[in-house]
Design a protein around this ligand. Structure first.
Ligand SMILES: [Cu+2]
Length: 108
């Protein structure tokens, strides 16, 4: 029994950090931190500009459709909701190397 609990705890420890209903993503040093995120359907990510330069936020849907959310100025936060499962990305047109991959998991 004790061994099986240890296995469950270990599995949760591996799976838990990435999966969240809500979370903060920093734009810092012209990167997204973290660069990979997992959310459940209905989850919201808060993109916080912790840099001293403007960033741009563009949601790229699983089908490639882009939604430009405009500028995210220093100190500002832009929220993205993820209503459907799939693999998304968020990019910055000002800094082409900025990219975060967001995997949205169906509710179980
Ligand atoms: Cu940027």
């Amino acid at each position: 029994m004790r061994a099986s609990i240890a296995v469950i705890v270990a599995v949760l420890a591996i799976a838990a950090p990435a999966l969240a209903e809500d979370g903060d993503i920093l734009q810092i040093k012209q990167t997204f931190d973290p660069a990979v995120a997992d959310v459940a359907v209905g989850g919201v990510l808060h993109f916080v500009n912790a840099d001293d330069v403007n960033h741009n936020l563009v949601l790229v849907a699983p089908d490639g459709t882009q939604t430009d959310r405009g500028l995210d100025k220093p100190g500002e936060t832009t929220d993205f909701a993820f209503p459907a499962a799939g693999v998304y990305s968020v990019i910055c047109h000002i800094h082409p190397r900025m990219k975060i991959k967001v995997t949205v998991h169906a509710a179980s």
